[in-house]
Design a protein around this ligand. Structure first.
Ligand SMILES: Cc1ncc(COP(=O)(O)O)c(C=O)c1O
Length: 465
């Protein structure tokens, strides 16, 4: 049952006291925030009683869906036994140890490299800050302190702390706060739809896009480059799925120059692309893997870094004290919830379901959306997907950005009871991994109605030929 909420009162308090992340404060104060009061399975309800299908899993995190009693019970039990203790001063706690061992067992060994160690944080951003600290320490310990530069990608997203936002390549974020911080630079993204040349195949483009890494390394001097960081599939950038040729070529290049490879799997791990960890799907061998979100299905904050043997060995054998960590590193309640979440994911075989069942089904249904007159491209990877709104299906002509066509479509989604995200004119989804075929059908027909409504508006406004 929805607890009765005085929407106007909550909105007034929200306006008066709560500065929301990534929000135009004044604009939101003018319109009033939507108050979400409860959720079950793949649906959320607002304070006015509207039921909304959440095709974004919250913020790419509620992999097991809402309302899972097992996770609430795990938190309750752990809070009663040991709600908190730190792991700074030669102490540890049982859930943190058990989770580290479990994650080490889940992370597949590739090319003789395994992940036996975990460094915990509470978020993706903090985890990427930890990555910067570990990468720099690693090269210092190896007597190569001049290897400082970390290369990221334009339109990549690695969080919102100073280091996270710097590693990411979002120009709007860099513009606020004098970012990136020193020794972080970026190359182009592997976005074939936008950057492919006429006549170029997607695999040819993938090799060319990976080649930008080699060009950057040579420009900087290989002895100055510490690491390359990338998302397997760029999430917040718009579900940008790289061509098949991209990752193997990136691996060849980082191997050639001895550069560390960081796979930021905050979105892509824990079943999202049909595997526990996404590097397995794409066949590359990272040295560090960032995780967060899906590890607890977002029920409680937890993040961390899977530290591969290459880095762990140096930090452990040669490092002495590592002067870095957080109050909540290895939080017992968060780790207990993560263990319960992994139990559920294993029991329901969610990665396998995405790989062999609902992922392929979503791909088929999305291909049908690709035939809609407003859609220039519809593509999926596991259980995430994007479609590009275009003025002209044949030429892929984009709408003028000032028209805000993606936001127009998103507002139709909300009106019709669907949460879909707009990144420019790319509409994206990453639904809970527990969706049934019938729910996928329901989602796809809602998306079609949103596209139809957007198309009707654009025709009425004379924006289509
Ligand atoms: C790939 C990636 N890295 C890092 C982050 C930052 O995570 P958090 O918001 O938990 O700090 C995100 C968040 O969306 C992400 O998608």
């Amino acid at each position: 049952m929805n607890t009765p909420v005085d929407t106007a009162h909550i909105q007034a308090q929200d306006r008066a006291h709560f500065l929301h992340p990534f929000t135009d404060f004044k604009d939101l104060a003018g319109r009033g925030a939507r108050v979400i009061t409860r959720a079950e399975n793949i649906y959320v309800w607002d304070s006015e009683g509207h039921k909304i299908l959440d095709a974004m899993s919250g913020l790419w995190c509620v992999n097991v869906g809402y309302g899972r009693e097992e996770l609430a019970s795990a938190a309750y039990r752990q809070m009663m036994a040991l709600p908190y203790y730190n792991s700074f001063f030669q102490t540890t706690n049982v859930p943190a140890v058990q989770l580290a061992a479990r994650l080490a067992a889940l992370a597949p060994e590739v090319g003789g490299r395994s992940f036996q160690h975990v460094f915990y944080s509470s978020s993706g951003s903090e985890s990427n800050d930890s990555n910067v600290r570990m990468v720099r320490r690693y090269w210092d310990l190896l007597g190569q302190p001049e290897r400082k530069v970390i290369i990221g990608r334009i339109n990549g997203y690695h969080g919102s702390t100073m280091a996270g936002a710097s590693l990411g390549g979002m120009s709007g974020m860099h513009a606020q706060g004098d970012l990136p911080i020193p020794n972080i630079t970026h190359i182009g993204q592997p976005y074939f739809y936008e950057l492919g040349r006429p006549g170029e195949t997607s695999d040819e483009f993938g090799l060319r896009a990976a080649g930008w890494l080699e060009e950057k390394i040579l420009e900087l001097g290989a002895d100055k480059v510490a690491a390359f960081i990338a998302e397997p599939v760029q999430g917040a950038g718009g579900v940008i799925i790289p061509p098949d040729s991209y990752w193997p070529e990136i691996q060849r290049i980082v191997d050639k120059y001895g550069i560390l490879l960081i796979s930021d799997e905050v979105i892509c791990a824990f079943g999202r692309v049909g595997h526990w960890f996404a590097y397995e799907k794409f066949g590359y061998r990272p040295d560090l893997v960032t995780f967060a979100k899906g590890v607890t299905s977002g029920y409680i904050p937890l993040g961390g870094v899977m530290v591969g043997d290459r880095v762990a060995r140096v930090l452990i054998e040669q490092g002495g004290e590592f002067n870095h960590g957080y109050t909540y590193s290895g939080h017992p309640v968060a780790c207990a919830v993560a263990l319960a979440n992994l139990d559920l994911m294993e029991k329901e075989n969610l990665p396998g379901r995405v790989k062999n069942d609902i992922g392929p089904y979503l791909a088929r249904r999305f291909a049908e959306l690709g035939e809609h007159p407003l859609v220039g491209l519809a593509e999926t990877c596991g259980f995430m997907a994007g479609l590009v709104l275009t003025r002209n299906k044949a030429t892929h002509e984009a709408f003028k950005p000032e028209l805000g066509v993606g936001m127009l479509c998103r507002s139709h989604c909300f009106r019709l009871g669907l949460i879909m995200r707009a990144v420019g004119d790319r509409m994206i989804i990453a639904p809970p991994l527990v969706m049934t075929h019938a729910q996928i059908d329901e989602m796809v027909s809602l998306i079609r109605r949103c596209l139809d409504a957007t198309l009707a508006d654009l025709r009425a406004a004379g924006q289509l030929d």
